[in-house]
Design a protein around this ligand. Structure first.
Ligand code: PLP
Length: 421
């Protein structure tokens, strides 16, 4: 049985990989082994081709002009919005705002809803695992508005425990803003358990940073009924420079605009202005048009893959990587040690070896991993490290790549240990 599964896997992985030209790139001794998918995913050829085709054939600004090209561009852009809304499980595409990325989306909520609605003494809960994008905007809002920032601490394997959240919730809790999947530890947030607890105990709004989870969770909003959801296209193979904010209509309508200028107004007088309806009220200036259209193509690309196979393959990769990494006695894995609680994003530290040295050594073998704080300094500080090395895998990675990576890692540890015994 397992042989059949692995035969099927290697066949399908090859097919999937053939859609990503960059994976054939030679990096010296071998082809690229790309294990930095949490930073940005590689792009399918189709996505690049679609953006190019739009630029060469249909390029025009949207919502502005009555000429045919502008109509065409507007139609394609709005189709992409519907496609993304649909893939998130949203029923109303007007609730979906295109932004520059997840960072801008969170800042938008903090600066509009947060500045407008939150009052001194109220509380905002974030977790210790948050990316700076979902940490700093709330920290600074709390300072400015004299709110209390509550940091939800993690358990010994960097997981969020529902009981820990329950202990922080109270009648002053106005917002719970959590990552769906940690970009450092790979821990999956148990949203299915947390959301009912938050709803039962408070009237707090819930914002979820789904950057790392979106590719792996279809129809997110159907499974997790939240108030705000944010993500970035490049984390799932779409171009950089585009992300989204989804929010409930009544919340978005009540929020003041974030940025002011063209496109977001209905009327401008000398002394005052009126705003467009949603989503345009939040899309000041020319939006990322070709990027949105390419994102739509990216969503179609992933929809056409076999989900069952993708999920089985990701599970196999997670289990293999976990097993192999656990065999390296010098490593400390920062995150869950059980495959069911995690995604194959593995951050780790090696005593006496700096993460950047590991990254450089592996890079010399064509293996791309990341070293640093991964935009999560409060998490690293709490775990007792300034930084860590991170290998993050996705659907197109192969089990052979896991083996190559772990072998190179062992070699690098030996190398650096010999240098400074
Ligand atoms: C969990 C998480 N949240 C937010 C972000 C910010 O995304 P962006 O830089 O695309 O705005 C990232 C990017 O690494 C992330 O991993």
């Amino acid at each position: 049985m397992s042989l059949q599964v692995s035969e099927l896997n290697s066949f399908s992985v090859e097919r999937l990989r053939s859609e990503f030209p960059i994976l054939k790139r030679s990096m010296g001794p071998s082809n690229l082994v790309y294990l930095d998918n949490a930073a940005t995913l590689q792009r399918p050829r189709r996505v690049v081709d679609r953006e190019r085709e739009f630029s060469l054939r249909s390029n025009a600004n949207v919502h502005r002009s009555a000429h045919r090209l502008s109509f065409e561009a507007t139609e394609l852009f709005e189709e992409a919005r519907k496609k993304l809304a649909n893939s998130l499980g949203a029923t109303d595409s007007h609730e979906l705002i295109f932004t520059k990325g997840a960072t801008e989306a969170i800042n938008c909520v903090a600066q509009t809803w947060g500045m407008d609605q939150l009052q001194e003494g109220q509380e905002v809960i974030i977790s210790r695992a948050e990316h700076h994008a979902n940490f700093v905007p709330w920290q600074q809002l709390c300072r400015r508005k004299k709110l209390k920032l509550q940091i939800l601490e993690l358990d010994a394997e960097a997981r969020i425990q529902p009981s820990a959240l329950e202990g922080l919730l109270n009648s002053n809790t106005a917002l719970v803003a959590l990552t769906a999947l940690s970009n450092v530890t790979g821990a999956k947030t148990p949203l299915g358990e947390l959301i009912p607890i938050i709803r039962a105990k408070t009237s707090a709004k819930i914002l979820i940073d789904a950057c790392q989870a979106l590719l792996y969770e279809t129809e997110f909003l159907k499974n997790y009924p939240v108030d705000f959801l944010v993500g970035s296209g490049h984390k799932m193979g779409a171009p950089t420079g585009i992300g989204f904010l989804w929010g409930k209509r009544e919340l978005l309508e009540a929020m003041p605009p974030y940025q002011l200028g063209g496109e977001m107004i209905s009327v401008v007088y000398d002394s005052d202005s009126r705003w467009s309806g949603i989503p345009y009220k939040f899309e000041a200036g020319t939006p990322p048009i070709s990027q949105a259209i390419a994102w739509g193509e990216c969503l179609r690309f992933w929809e056409e893959q076999n989900r069952d196979w993708l999920d089985a393959h990701l599970k196999a990769l997670t289990e293999r990587a976990l097993k192999k990494l656990e065999e390296v006695s010098e490593l400390r894995i920062l995150g869950p040690l059980s495959a069911k609680d995690r995604h194959p994003t593995f951050s780790f530290s090696v005593e006496g070896v700096h993460p950047h040295d590991l990254v450089t050594f592996l890079d010399s073998k064509g293996i791309a991993i990341r070293g640093g704080h991964h935009c999560a300094q409060p998490l690293h500080r709490q775990m007792g490290f300034g930084s860590s090395a991170r290998a993050s895998l996705t659907y197109y990675n192969q089990e052979e790549e896991v083996d190559l990576f772990v072998e190179a890692l062992k070699e690098s540890i030996l190398f650096f240990r010999r240098l400074s015994p």
